[in-house]
Design a protein around this ligand. Structure first.
Ligand code: PMP
Length: 386
């Protein structure tokens, strides 16, 4: 049997990984500033993480949500404390799309309404309502198309006000990324997030903060929306939560009530997933990784801004983007195959950096040196048109 061919892949096979580095079959070492798409939060194969999952696997790997799983309560307690939201409740699932799907559904159960507001350049996942709320018609199948999702311009407070004035009473929820990832590292302004928060309260709609990519400490705060001083009704999270183990969740403000059967899942919150998620939070806390993300990310952005060829350096913490001029559009590929550094991309010309939150300053320096070397090599081969 062959694989269903949906991914354009790089011709590299990773066989070993540690911290911010991975190795291929030939033993070549790569600096990983992509983190397998913002997933590696505490670093590859962190010893505490490996130990905790291994110990758990030797006890019990899985049982369903029909019995007590004290690890879930332990995780909820720790997550509530570290995220600064001890009075929220936790529902566990398996992926970012599923987290958003559950959040949108929960909001609709809560207020009995159907309309969802989403924004231009957003990405919320590939399941039915999550993909309908995603601003990319190429991944929305006919069966996913719905009149229930309205797309408004990102960071446009006036358009949002106008929409709510006309349709606030029918609006179930507003879903927004604090920093758009797939869309190219676009930060929601504090004023925009505050307007969402205010209008949702006024019209009894749910504010859903999609923190799948920008959350879990990546921005230098637990949730990137925290920079705006707002509290969402539901936060969705996934990528960094398990450092690669598939675990995701939503945390839910106290005013949204649960009832039996409202949400559910077979695999969500299983013993191994909880062990992975607990190990991640323990390392984040012990190694002060959120502060490290703020510090090393701030340094990296300051230094990248000194490289004149890189345009619009932006982001927060270790969620960084910059644009490439036309003559350097192959830079990401050259960094990978020439300098052996993984970075992310966003169409058409953005490089995204989404490394482990444990990235060290010396790794940031290695990258800064390599990117300048590569730019000079590329300009030497084909000088920029002045
Ligand atoms: N929301 C955001 C902001 C994302 O970046 C992603 C994944 N790129 C998702 C949701 C979907 O997550 P998953 O692929 O785990 O379903």
């Amino acid at each position: 049997m062959k694989l269903f061919d949906v991914y354009p892949i790089n011709d590299i096979t990773v066989v070993k990984a540690k911290g911010s580095y991975v190795w291929d079959q030939e033993g070549q070492q790569y600096l990983d500033l992509y983190g397998g798409h913002a997933v590696i939060s505490i670093g590859h194969t962190h010893p505490h993480y490996v130990q905790r999952i291994t110990d758990q696997l030797n006890k019990v790997g899985f049982y369903s949500n029909s019995i007590h799983i004290p690890l879930q309560e332990e995780l909820a307690e720790k997550l509530g404390r570290i995220s600064g939201r001890p009075d929220y409740r936790l529902f566990l699932c398996n992926s970012g799309a599923e987290a958003n799907e559950n959040a949108l559904k929960l909001a609709s159960f809560h207020n009995g309404r159907k309309k969802v507001v989403a924004f231009s350049k957003s990405f919320h996942g590939r399941t039915s309502l999550a993909v309908a709320a995603t601003d990319n018609p190429a991944i929305v199948a006919p069966v996913n198309q719905t009149d229930n999702v309205v797309s408004l311009p990102f960071n446009d407070e006036a358009a949002l006000e106008e929409y709510f004035a006309a349709h606030g009473g029918e609006t179930s929820s507003v879903i927004v990324e604090g920093i758009q990832g797939v869309g190219g590292i676009n930060e929601a302004s504090a004023g925009f997030l505050q307007a969402i928060s205010r209008l949702c309260k006024k019209y009894n709609a749910a504010f859903i903060a999609d923190s799948v990519q920008c959350g879990y400490g990546r921005s230098g705060k637990f949730f990137s929306q925290d920079y705006a001083g707002v509290d969402a009704d539901i936060y969705t999270m996934a990528k960094g939560m398990g450092n690669g183990f598939p675990v995701a969740g939503i945390i839910i403000a106290p005013q949204l009530q649960a009832r039996h059967g409202m949400l559910g899942t077979t695999f969500g919150g299983n013993h191994l997933a909880c062990a992975a998620a607990l190990a991640v939070l323990e390392v984040i806390e012990q190694e002060r990784l959120i502060a490290n993300a703020a510090e090393v990310g701030g340094y990296l952005m300051d230094e990248l801004r000194k490289i004149p060829q890189l345009k619009r350096v932006r982001g927060k913490g270790l969620m960084i983007g910059f644009d490439l001029p036309e003559h350097l559009k192959e830079l990401r590929k050259n960094l990978l195959f020439g300098q052996r550094i993984f970075t992310g991309e966003a169409k058409p010309n953005t490089i995204r950096l989404l490394p482990s939150l444990a990235l060290r300053k010396k790794d940031a320096d290695a990258f800064l040196e390599a990117i300048q070397e590569e730019i000079h090599a590329m300009e030497g081969a084909a000088p920029a048109v002045k």
